[in-house]
Ligand binder design. Structure first.
Ligand SMILES: *[C@@H]1O[C@H](CO)[C@@H](O)[C@H](O)[C@H]1NC(C)=O
Ligand SMILES: *[C@@H]1O[C@H](CO)[C@@H](O)[C@H](O)[C@H]1NC(C)=O
Ligand SMILES: *[C@@H]1O[C@H](CO)[C@@H](O)[C@H](O)[C@H]1NC(C)=O
Ligand SMILES: *[C@@H]1O[C@H](CO)[C@@H](O)[C@H](O)[C@H]1NC(C)=O
Ligand SMILES: *[C@@H]1O[C@H](CO)[C@@H](O)[C@H](O)[C@H]1NC(C)=O
Ligand SMILES: *[C@@H]1O[C@H](CO)[C@@H](O)[C@H](O)[C@H]1NC(C)=O
Ligand SMILES: *[C@@H]1O[C@H](CO)[C@@H](O)[C@H](O)[C@H]1NC(C)=O
Ligand SMILES: *[C@@H]1O[C@H](CO)[C@@H](O)[C@H](O)[C@H]1NC(C)=O
Ligand SMILES: *[C@@H]1O[C@H](CO)[C@@H](O)[C@H](O)[C@H]1NC(C)=O
Ligand SMILES: *[C@@H]1O[C@H](CO)[C@@H](O)[C@H](O)[C@H]1NC(C)=O
Ligand SMILES: *[C@@H]1O[C@H](CO)[C@@H](O)[C@H](O)[C@H]1NC(C)=O
Length: 390
């Protein structure tokens, strides 16, 4: 009796384990359906037209499953469609050796970009950054890869005119075209990317894009904008009902901007900004009071301009500020004891302002700024030892 019960129970246990096993393996096989043959062929043709001197794509061989074994390829776990291609050349750490950086240069992909990529109908993520395509144009057909949401062509050696067909990519959320050799006639096409959150077009020549701000104003989701050294043309003064309700990060360094640039009245109206970089422009005179309006700022870089006022009191009162860079200006006067109010400060750089700091550094700096990790005071007028303050 007891024995048969035990047998029954054991049988049940084994039976349910078996069921469990079966269902697990069904599930397993449905997750890893493997590569779709036509997409594998499309990738093979794409590879044949690439120049791959370091054989980075050695794993792309016919008898292997492109979803599981091909480096850089990510597929949908149920449908098997290729979703992502991560083909960027790795970026190097600053402390890389000469040999490492030589090897890194040699591992850059080049050659041609074959339109067989169009057969990857579900491709949403394409990263070709940091390769060396030798000045070829960005292919027009990229504008027909309508599933794309993320495109990174940063420092990949593309050149010439950016094809306006990219404006067809209405799902795009991340677009990085940071590359010295590129230019545009206008930016009107960008208006098609209404979901764009991140745009990086630093070093792209925008000199002829007089519509740049007008167009960007039609991108309501934009959170992060980098236009460093883009030769930004002046905008017409009659702008704007700013639409930039979510812009958080703005970098306009190296653009020859002046105090009088109409662009500045736009910048000062961006109340949601967390980070603003205006370094290496042509600003002069006092640090503009209008910056006070940007009450959410945590990161402010005004370095490498010609600001020559004293540090305004309101700046010390900017309590959320974590990073402040005022290096390489002509700032004057004392550093006020109100600096003790900058209680969130993590990094402060006052260096290379020859006329700043006479009278020393207030003790409140050492007493109140508990989060401070770095302060630079090289090239300012100091009359006491740092050890007396910190
Ligand atoms: C596979 O397992 C997941 C949970 O891990 C479940 O949600 C899904 O329905 C299962 N699919 C099949 C086909 O059994
Ligand atoms: C891409 O698809 C088209 C038709 O959909 C087909 O004719 C062509 O051979 C495919 N190309 C590659 C490289 O797979
Ligand atoms: C399949 O992918 C989706 C989204 O890509 C993810 O949310 C899900 O967890 C994945 N399922 C499995 C079983 O890995
Ligand atoms: C885009 O590429 C650049 C250069 O490789 C890299 O630094 C950056 O992190 C990439 N962006 C993303 C979101 O992966
Ligand atoms: C969108 O693509 C079509 C063809 O696919 C092209 O004729 C048109 O010029 C493109 N539109 C833009 C804004 O690039
Ligand atoms: C800007 O426009 C001028 C005049 O049409 C043209 O000569 C020049 O090549 C253009 N520059 C760029 C970078 O597109
Ligand atoms: C603000 O954005 C909306 C939606 O993109 C657009 O229709 C509108 O014209 C924009 N307003 C201005 C002043 O550009
Ligand atoms: C700063 O904000 C005030 C109040 O919101 C506003 O009246 C003023 O025009 C703003 N200044 C600038 C330069 O945007
Ligand atoms: C600051 O710079 C402005 C503009 O270059 C100049 O007019 C002014 O005299 C300078 N002020 C001081 C105190 O150097
Ligand atoms: C610094 O904080 C003190 C006390 O909260 C306040 O009285 C003073 O006005 C502040 N100074 C500045 C420049 O914000
Ligand atoms: C700085 O410290 C040195 C050595 O402790 C001392 O000789 C010197 O007088 C100090 N200078 C000032 C301005 O306190």
């Amino acid at each position: 009796m007891a024995t048969s019960s035990i047998i029954k129970i054991l049988f049940l246990v084994f039976f349910s384990l078996a069921i469990l096993n079966v269902s697990l393996s069904i599930n397993d096989s449905s997750i890893n359906v493997g590569c779709i043959e036509s997409e594998k062929q499309a990738l093979s043709v794409f590879k044949q037209h690439l120049f791959d001197p370091a054989n980075r794509l050695a794993s792309w061989v016919q008898h292997e499953d492109c979803c599981r074994r091909w480096v850089g390829v990510v597929c949908h776990n149920v449908s098997g469609h290729v979703l992502e291609l991560h083909l960027q050349n790795p970026t190097l750490d600053d402390d890389a050796t000469f040999a490492e950086s030589e090897a890194n240069m040699r591992s850059r992909l080049g050659g041609k970009i074959h339109h067989s990529l169009l057969n990857l109908t579900h491709l949403s993520y394409l990263d070709l950054s940091y390769n060396e395509f030798g000045g070829i144009s960005i292919p027009d057909f990229f504008g027909s890869m309508l599933s794309l949401r993320h495109l990174n062509l940063s420092i990949a050696g593309f050149g010439g005119l950016i094809p306006h067909q990219l404006g067809n990519l209405s799902n795009m959320e991340y677009l990085n075209l940071d590359e010295y050799g590129l230019h545009v006639e206008n930016l009107g096409w960008l208006a098609g990317m209404s979901r764009l959150k991140y745009l990086h077009m630093s070093t792209v020549n925008l000199r002829n894009a007089t519509d740049w701000l007008q167009t960007l104003n039609m991108l309501p989701s934009l959170k992060e904008l980098h236009l460093v050294n883009s030769q930004l043309p002046p905008i017409s003064t009659h702008l704007l009902n700013p639409n930039f309700s979510s812009l958080a990060i703005l970098n306009l360094a190296w653009n020859n901007l002046l105090n009088t640039s109409p662009i500045m009245s736009w910048v000062f109206s961006l109340k949601t900004l967390l980070s603003l970089d205006l370094s290496a422009n042509k600003f002069e005179g006092p640090i503009p009071d209008a910056l006070q309006n940007l009450t959410s700022l945590r990161h402010l870089d005004l370095s490498d301009n010609q600001f020559n006022s004293s540090i305004p009191d309101w700046l010390y009162g900017f309590s959320p500020l974590e990073f402040l860079n005022l290096q390489y200006n002509n700032l004057q006067g004392k550093i006020s004891s109100a600096i003790g109010n900058m209680t969130s400060a993590i990094s402060l750089d006052f260096s290379e302002n020859n006329e700043l700091g006479g009278g020393g550094i207030p003790k409140s700096l050492g007493n109140n700024l508990c989060n401070l990790k770095s302060i630079s005071l090289g090239g300012v007028k100091l009359s006491q030892n740092i050890s007396d303050i910190l």
